[in-house]
Design a protein around this ligand. Structure first.
Ligand code: PLP
Length: 405
């Protein structure tokens, strides 16, 4: 038989298979509490309302919903989305345009392919969202990391690296950030840091991707304004998604950016899939118009807040003084930093085999200095009681491995 991979194009060398997936295979056939993946809780999905929406589409707009539609997205949907963004505090500039994509993952892919060429420098959060790192890797970017702490990405580090690389004659183009309820750390960038980052972008002529899947259902009243809203120069490429505020199965995301950037993404998208599913766009449009996205957001906020509390309270009860973590104001994740002598990859194997708990070792999320003693814990999927049990079992193992003193 022919080995198909012999025929791969050279660019496939830039596609990295996930080694974590290999470790997580150990969970197969076992009764494991997973704090690993970031699946939404199905209780958030608007199941009952969906039947009414589908009926309304069949009765009122079936012809359009079943037809091909513009690459940028069905016009009435893009208008509805624009209104949704304005209502939620995301400023739409007069030079901005919107493109609807197949999940925000596609937004990231298209933006990277439009903007980043071999050797171009992209500053990413360290640690940062793995699938974005993969996207920039595929674009053959030279990635540098800017440390994330409990206040988000540190602009001082961004500036230091940008300055140095520009000095070396490198083309530094882009900063990628997930500033609110970050994946993987759960931290949120402060207002001061947001302003500072925008100043740096202006000073060094950079674009910023603001990847924002989690901001709509934050748990506290107070959240800093969007980078997109603070941006006065059109440097922010804002991407978000219906995955967490409706359902991931609808596979819809979008980018709001300067119209010339959207135009580039549109030309590329035409080659990729012509357009995102029209039927999904009608479902999302009706969901916004009927207040179903708003009620899904309310449900998401209540459900994930309870689960965040379950995880953070258990960590506080069990691991205070032995490890550190962020208290997320939204999203699905926190990252725990363990004693430097603990290797979280090794810990994962034991956690699965001896304790029946899984997580994602944090080192996968770093592009420069990998911290082997970190683990990403997700609270999105298991019920709150199960999260408590899982976190307690994991804490037992951590206590066992933490050297005294
Ligand atoms: C930070 C971040 N960006 C983008 C995505 C992609 O989401 P989707 O393609 O479902 O919109 C995710 C998914 O979990 C994410 O965590």
């Amino acid at each position: 038989m022919v080995e198909g991979s012999r025929f791969y194009a050279d660019r496939m060398k830039n596609v990295k298979a996930s080694d974590i997936r290999e470790i997580l295979k150990l969970t197969e056939g076992r009764d494991v509490i997973s704090l690993a993946g970031g699946l939404p809780d199905p209780r958030v999905f608007p199941r009952e309302e969906l039947v009414d929406i589908m009926r309304a589409i069949v009765e009122e707009s079936l012809e359009s919903a079943l037809q091909y539609s513009p690459t940028k997205g069905a016009t009435p949907f893009r208008e509805t989305l624009r209104g949704f963004l304005s209502d939620n505090g995301v400023r739409v500039r007069s030079s901005d345009d919107i493109i609807v994509t197949t999940g925000s993952q596609q937004s990231l892919f298209l933006a990277a392919q439009v903007l980043v060429g071999p050797g171009d420098v992209v500053v990413v959060e360290e640690p940062g969202y793995l699938a974005a790192i993969n996207v920039f890797n595929y674009a053959q970017a030279r990635m540098v990391g800017a440390r994330v702490d409990e206040h988000g990405m540190d602009p001082e580090v961004v500036e230091e690296k940008v300055k140095r690389l520009k000095g070396e004659g490198r083309k530094v183009k882009l900063v990628y950030a997930n500033p609110t309820s970050q994946n993987p750390t759960g931290s949120t960038m402060t207002l001061e840091r947001r302003k500072h980052l925008l100043e740096i972008a202006s000073r060094y002529d950079l674009l910023i991707i603001e990847d924002d899947p989690y901001s709509f259902f934050t748990f506290e009243e107070d959240k800093p304004p969007y980078l997109k809203t603070l941006d006065t120069e059109g440097r922010v490429i804002y991407t978000s998604t219906f995955s967490k505020i409706l359902m991931p199965g609808v596979r819809l995301g979008w980018t709001l950016a300067d119209e010339t950037i959207v135009l580039g993404m549109e030309s590329l998208k035409q080659m990729v899939d012509l357009h995102s599913a029209t039927l999904s766009q009608y479902i999302a449009m009706e969901s916004i118009k009927r207040g179903i996205v708003a009620s899904t957001i309310d449900r998401a906020r209540a459900i994930y807040r309870e689960k965040r509390d379950a995880l953070i309270e258990t960590l506080e009860e069990e691991l205070a003084g032995l490890a550190t973590w962020t208290r997320p104001i939204g999203g699905f994740f926190t990252m725990v930093e363990l004693h430097p002598s603990i290797n979280a990859r090794k810990l994962l194997v034991e956690a699965i085999e001896r304790k029946g708990v899984a997580f994602v070792p944090g080192d996968s999320f770093y592009v420069e200095e990998k911290k082997m003693n970190t683990m990403r814990l997700s609270y999105s999927f298991p019920p709150a009681e199960v999260i408590r049990v899982g976190a307690r079992r994991l804490a037992e193992l951590v206590k066992e491995k933490t050297p005294p003193g």
